[in-house]
Design a protein around this ligand. Structure first.
Ligand code: FAD
Ligand code: DHB
Length: 388
């Protein structure tokens, strides 16, 4: 098989990259170890920066997003019973959009299928070869048959557990990591959201987040222990804990049976560089943020936007963007890491936290609540730092 760019991974990074390149007339091939139903079923992100929205517009997959997405002008921080609204619109002039990652992947799959492009699903034993040879290739097995793809470049969009990053020699790859001593338990419920805007709460019993997917579907989270299993959390236990932690902000909360429940660990992770020879990493393959602040998917889209432009420029005879990709992407990635780490540190109960650290959290919250400059700094990160 021959293609210009072989994309490993059909998550949002891989699918969006394929679409942006297809629109520019660049030929790609996308392979994934799972199938479409599995990928669409993964409940993950829900909040889009406006730059993510405009990138999806550019890809030609924003029609349903504009019909069904809900634009938000702000969100609330609740800290030990005190409340402070971050007025995104007033402080930055920008909004964010509520629209689930499941919907984005569906729109991207639909568009690509409509255009007659095929995916290679359920592939196994993906290998990357010749990254420095000038003749790169990707090997994979599907239904017992082995294939080899000869290409100009390989895009590693295969997430944190993928193989692409591992193809970079250990003496070149540098990784940075912080693992947090708790997880998030999330549920989906078909009830209207408790409030019009998101509420992030830090309470003595732990963090809670009230988010949403639509006017009739809520996404709620609580901080949980790393050792907790989903079976430990009945719906009753969840509702009691969640409403306690939100406090008065839970007034009017509509409960009901959850239809999705999962636990995610919290991690900060960055791999450098994001390029090795013909291989370019994007999204979770290169970096993970803790979910507080909703940066994961948005950071992936920022990478893909940069990378798609670099590939297009290459085929127009200009390689300066490809050469600059890793450094440029990482500059923004580290700022997203900083913001996600800061908001996570402020909004959770740390089992090992000292009284000094507790006071630092309180001072941080009071500073933000009392300072327009501090609130604006949170707001400008939340709506998204500039794209190129
Ligand atoms: P992924 O979505 O991970 O896609 C990678 C794809 O590569 C997958 O389809 C996978 O099957 C495929 N793949 C992996 N290995 C191979 C292989 N060897 N061969 C072929 N294919 C392979 N972000 C937020 O902003 N808000 C949230 O609330 C939020 N919640 C999250 C909850 C969880 C449990 C997780 C894991 C992430 C969450 N994120 C959240 C982060 C966000 O979902 C990710 O940043 C986003 O999915 C990144 O997209 P991606 O395409 O780079 O990677
Ligand atoms: C959601 C997740 C987040 O991490 C966040 O900061 C906001 C919203 C969500 O899943 O809706």
């Amino acid at each position: 098989i021959k293609t210009q760019i072989c994309i490993i991974g059909a998550g949002p990074s891989g699918l969006l990259l394929a679409q942006l390149l297809a629109n520019a007339g660049v030929d790609t091939m996308v392979l994934d170890r799972k199938d479409r139903a599995y990928i669409e079923g993964r409940i993950r992100a829900g909040i889009l920066e406006w730059g993510t929205v405009t990138t999806l517009e550019e890809a030609g997959v924003a029609e349903r997003l504009h019909r069904e997405g809900i634009a938000h002008d702000g969100f609330e921080l609740a800290f030990e019973g005190e409340r402070h609204r971050i007025d995104l619109k007033g402080l930055t002039g920008q909004q964010v959009m509520v629209y689930g990652q499941t919907e984005i992947t569906r729109d991207l799959f639909d568009k690509r299928t409509e255009e007659g492009q095929i995916f290679y699903y359920n592939v196994e034993d993906v290998t990357l070869d010749g990254l420095k040879s000038g003749d790169p290739s990707v090997g994979f097995t599907q239904n017992g048959n082995r294939y080899e793809v000869s290409c100009d470049f390989i895009a590693g969009c295969d997430g944190y557990h993928g193989v692409s990053r591992q193809a970079i020699p250990a003496d070149i790859l540098k990784t940075y990591e912080r693992v947090y001593p708790f997880g998030w338990l999330g549920i989906l419920v078909d009830q209207p959201p408790v409030a019009h805007e998101l509420i992030y709460a830090n309470h003595a019993r732990g963090f809670a987040l009230a988010s949403m997917r639509s006017q009739t579907r809520s996404r709620y989270y609580v901080q949980c222990d790393l050792s907790d299993r989903v079976e430990d959390w009945s719906d009753d236990r969840f509702w009691e804990e969640f409403s306690n932690r939100l406090g008065p902000a839970a007034d009017g909360l509509r409960t009901g049976p959850s239809f999705e429940k999962s636990i995610a660990p919290l991690r900060s992770f960055v791999a450098e560089p994001m390029r090795y020879g013909a291989l370019f990493l994007a999204g979770d393959a290169a970096h993970i943020v803790p979910p507080t602040g909703a940066k994961g998917l948005n950071a992936a889209v920022a990478d893909v936007r940069l990378l798609s432009r670099a590939f297009v420029a290459h085929y127009e005879g200009d390689d300066t963007r490809l050469e600059a990709y890793s450094a440029k992407a990482l500059d923004r990635v580290w700022k997203c890491e900083r913001f996600s780490w800061q908001l996570s540190t402020l909004m959770h109960q740390f089992p090992e936290g000292s009284p000094f650290e507790k006071r630092m959290q309180q001072a941080d919250f009071h500073y933000i609540a009392g300072s327009e400059a501090a609130s604006r700094s949170i707001a400008e990160n939340y709506v998204g730092l500039p794209l190129e």
